[in-house]
Design a binder for this molecule. Structure first.
Ligand SMILES: NC(=O)c1ccc[n+]([C@@H]2O[C@H](COP(=O)([O-])OP(=O)(O)OC[C@H]3O[C@@H](n4cnc5c(N)ncnc54)[C@H](OP(=O)(O)O)[C@@H]3O)[C@@H](O)[C@H]2O)c1
Length: 350
């Protein structure tokens, strides 16, 4: 089977389409034939060797995939055959709080990721989808990292309620999921974007007001003006160290900042006084567990909302897809379509 791999050296230029052996599912495993994958900013950092250069190589990148179970190993019920599933970013994290030993096992580094035609999992390591036709394969493939992260931040961590206010920074994958989830919850969204076209699209998707973070670097003043001087209840902090200072000024007394991204860097000197004086909760978030994934799935089905897919690249054009992600021009997720092959289901070895 084919797989995209980083072998000897990190770097997008070293991402290679390779032939690797296909392994039948072992006892207790199912084999998923992937149909779609989506790219995250993390995957780009991993491929470039900027995320963790100690990850083992050869490495198959990417955490987010959708596919069909085409074979089951010994001891696995036959009725799982032909069901569709999405991956979990951190397969052993099934529920509860994150633990160090669990967070070490994430797809697309250090564990082999989804840019391979087939991959074996234990059934509990997947979210099995009862209604796969509700979304397209590409739409399903966007959920595991960006979608679950936005859900975890807003609904589990900040416990967002109707009528509350949310600030989103940029229009990347996480922010657009944040916009959709916040609107489902009945919250008001203020959104920052450097692109006029994207700001218009965010308004179309239900944002209350939008502003340009490049033209207005002191955007906390805009947030305060829009919220009657109070600030927002929740900030989805995708920007990182370069935007945290403004976020602290933008959040209300007793408000919540979900700290998850590093788009503007991870090291900067920050005035922490507003954090203390406003009794703000700042909480780091690392994607989410299987229960968050299930809750996100249920919310998208119930509200009949579709994730935003910007563009889909074919299997042979994965490096171009990464370059497009790197450009930052996208509005929504970039996905990969797997080769159209005959996904025949196999008999189990029982
Ligand atoms: N902790 C976690 O669990 C977790 C999970 C997922 C993602 N993340 C992190 O969260 C961040 C966002 O991820 P993503 O997948 O949404 O990324 P993405 O899709 O690549 O987002 C890119 C967008 O972010 C905005 N942006 C870029 N640089 C910016 C800056 N300096 N200041 C403000 N906005 C900026 C731009 O929006 P405009 O074009 O609209 O200006 C850009 O289009 C990344 O750092 C990623 O690593 C963390």
């Amino acid at each position: 089977m084919q797989a995209w791999q980083i072998k000897d050296s990190w770097g997008l230029e070293n991402l290679e389409l390779t032939e690797i052996p296909e392994r039948p599912p072992g006892p207790g495993e199912v084999q998923v034939a992937f149909q779609s994958a989506s790219l995250n900013y993390r995957d780009l950092l991993v491929v470039k060797g900027h995320y963790n250069p100690k990850f083992p190589r050869p490495l198959i990148p990417c955490s987010d995939g959708f596919g069909r179970i085409v074979a089951v190993g010994q001891g696995v019920p036959q009725d799982l055959l032909n069901l569709s599933a999405i991956t979990l970013f951190c397969p052993p994290w099934q529920g509860g709080s994150p633990r160090a030993e669990t967070l070490r096992h994430t797809l697309g580094g250090p564990l082999p990721g989804v840019l391979q035609e087939y991959r074996n999992f234990r059934p509990e390591e997947l979210l099995i989808l009862p209604e796969p036709s509700a979304l397209t394969p590409a739409e399903w493939a966007t959920l595991p990292c960006a979608g679950v992260t936005a859900w975890n931040c807003l609904m589990e961590d900040a416990k967002l309620k109707a009528g509350q206010t949310v600030l989103l920074i940029g229009t990347g994958g996480v922010s657009l999921f944040g916009l959709q989830i916040a609107r489902m919850a009945g919250a008001k969204v203020f959104l920052l974007s450097s692109s006029n076209e994207k700001r218009v699209r965010a308004l179309d998707m239900g944002a209350e007001a939008v502003e340009d973070y490049r033209e207005v670097p002191e955007w906390s003043r805009w947030v305060l003006e829009k919220t009657g001087g109070l600030g927002v209840d929740v900030v989805l902090e995708t920007g990182g160290a370069g935007t945290l200072g403004q976020s602290l000024k933008s959040v209300k007394v007793g408000g919540h900042i979900s700290l998850l991204g590093v788009l503007s860097g991870s090291k900067e000197s920050i005035n922490i006084l507003p954090l203390v004086m406003k009794a703000v909760t700042v909480r780091g978030v690392v994607v989410g567990n299987k229960q968050h994934s299930q809750a996100l799935h249920d919310a998208y089905l119930q509200n009949m909302v579709r994730p935003v897919v910007h563009e889909t690249y074919s299997w042979n054009h994965v490096p171009e897809a990464f370059r497009a992600l790197s450009s930052g021009h996208q509005f929504g997720k970039i996905t990969i379509e797997f080769p159209d092959r005959d996904l025949k289901t196999q008999e189990s070895g029982e």
